[in-house]
Design a protein around this ligand. Structure first.
Ligand code: AMP
Length: 436
């Protein structure tokens, strides 16, 4: 087959109807758990002023250093496509006076994000994340609750047992000042064994050296001083309580002192969900506390915590686990017609069936009956209703059971009720379907 003339750019994908079955299912589960826990949905723009990300995510993060899609307006102002969700949500929180709302403010999002990285399995240039942010509460019980919601979502998507929860604390900003000095001292004199990224980051952001994936850097990192040794009593207590609450909630975790997360804004609890088979590679999601970010962005000091997961990776794991989401697109009734009078009768019938909440496809073109029935087969319709001129004259319709391959001629009167009954008896108006 020859290549089509136009193809999607490298690293970005179409979401085809079969994929949307998964996306819709993931969204539904996410919405369900967020609503149950009092979270309300927010959407922020696809692009923001670039300074927002530089400031919040941090100049030395991978995202800001290498992965942002940056563009300039005609007047020379720089923008970036959003690479992650928290910065935009916090900007919106401050911009719209949400500080005045009763605390905690609980928000969630389901949005596309963009990172300019080398496309490979599980790593794309446009991907989708769902995320939750809880602003205005510092209690460690909240950390455990946020992790629990993420875990419950994974459970309901059928992938929880393929993942491990990696947990760490990176302490307060005060703890880290001391720790960063300790790390710089430890690495000084060992620079030659470090990769280029780590060499560059050593003085600006030495903690990032701990989660470098290069082998030599990992060996050095494993012998580096541990943050634990400089953790203040308060930070330690916070983390001990998070662990205790997680135990209480029955969520198992692996303590991972190397987990620092890539972004500057984290404090205290950080966590990621890793694949049992692939480890850190292709984590499905992660998050942590960011108690300093809101003040950093010009608001009053306000504690907060968040979590985000990648939908594409989540869906890949669902597929690996053999999870098949319900197919709500399935065609229940196919209406076939032959001749002008039959078409006139078929048109309102199609709409009546749809108004009852029955997925209905009608062949209203000029195809032969054979072609229409072959289409009904290809669409995998559960039933077909067939109208010809004879049926119209006699006030009947042919009902074909596509699964059994049997058919009968029955009165057209009451056919919508009959189909509703055959398909499970749920007679819902569209309005009620939307409200469900
Ligand atoms: P992060 O905050 O960078 O840990 O991202 C959270 C989650 O988003 C990751 O665990 C992935 O599931 C997903 N994610 C991040 N970057 C990408 C990408 N380039 N392509 C696909 N998914 C991604």
């Amino acid at each position: 087959m020859s290549q089509p003339k136009y193809q999607s750019p490298k690293g970005v994908h179409d979401i085809l109807p079969d994929d949307h079955l998964y996306f819709s299912f993931v969204k539904k589960v996410v919405r369900h758990h967020c609503r149950r826990a009092g979270f309300r949905r927010i959407s922020t723009p696809i692009f923001e002023n670039i300074e927002l990300f530089n400031r919040s995510i941090g100049d030395t993060s991978d995202i800001v250093e290498k992965e942002m899609f940056v563009f300039e307006s005609k007047s020379g102002k720089k923008f970036a496509l959003k690479p992650e969700g928290t910065a935009g949500v916090v900007r919106a929180y401050l911009e719209h006076g949400m500080q005045q709302l009763p605390k905690p403010v609980e928000l969630y999002y389901i949005e596309p994000h963009f990172r300019y990285n080398r496309p490979q399995k599980g790593r794309y240039r446009q991907f989708h994340q769902f995320g939750i942010e809880l602003i205005g509460e510092s209690d460690p019980a909240i950390d455990a609750q946020i992790i629990y919601i993420a875990h419950r979502i994974n459970q309901d998507l059928g992938i929880a047992d393929r993942l491990t929860l990696q947990l760490n604390t990176i302490g307060s900003q005060e703890d880290r000042k001391q720790y960063k000095e300790d790390l710089i001292n430890y690495y000084t004199g060992k620079e030659r064994s470090l990769c280029e990224d780590c060499k560059r980051r050593l003085h600006d952001n030495p903690m990032r050296l701990l989660d470098c994936k290069k082998e030599d850097c990992q060996i050095l990192a494993s012998m580096a001083p541990k943050l634990e040794t400089v953790l203040s009593a308060e930070s330690k207590e916070h983390f001990d309580l998070v662990k205790e609450y997680l135990d209480e909630l029955g969520v198992s975790y692996e303590l991972n002192p190397m987990l620092v997360r890539g972004l500057d804004y984290y404090t205290h609890t950080v966590f990621e969900f890793w694949s049992k088979h692939e480890g850190a590679q292709n984590a499905t999601g992660g998050g942590g506390r960011y108690d300093g970010l809101i003040e950093e962005m010009g608001g009053q000091a306000t504690p907060a915590i968040g979590f985000a997961a990648g939908m594409e990776r989540t869906i890949e794991y669902m597929k690996e686990a053999g999870i098949r989401p319900p197919n709500k697109d399935k065609v229940a009734v196919f209406v076939a017609q032959l001749g002008l009078v039959a078409k006139r009768k078929a048109l309102p019938l199609i709409n009546e069936l749809r108004d009852r909440g029955i997925n209905t496809v009608g062949a209203v073109g000029k195809s032969s009956m054979k072609a229409q029935m072959s289409l009904a087969d290809r669409l995998d319709a559960r039933y077909s209703l067939i109208l010809g001129e004879v049926e119209v004259r006699e006030g009947t319709i042919i009902l074909r059971d596509m699964e059994r391959g049997s058919q009968e001629t029955i009165p057209i009167e009451g056919i919508v009720d009959k189909m509703t009954e055959l398909l499970g008896g749920k007679a819902l108006s569209d309005k009620r379907l939307w409200e469900e």
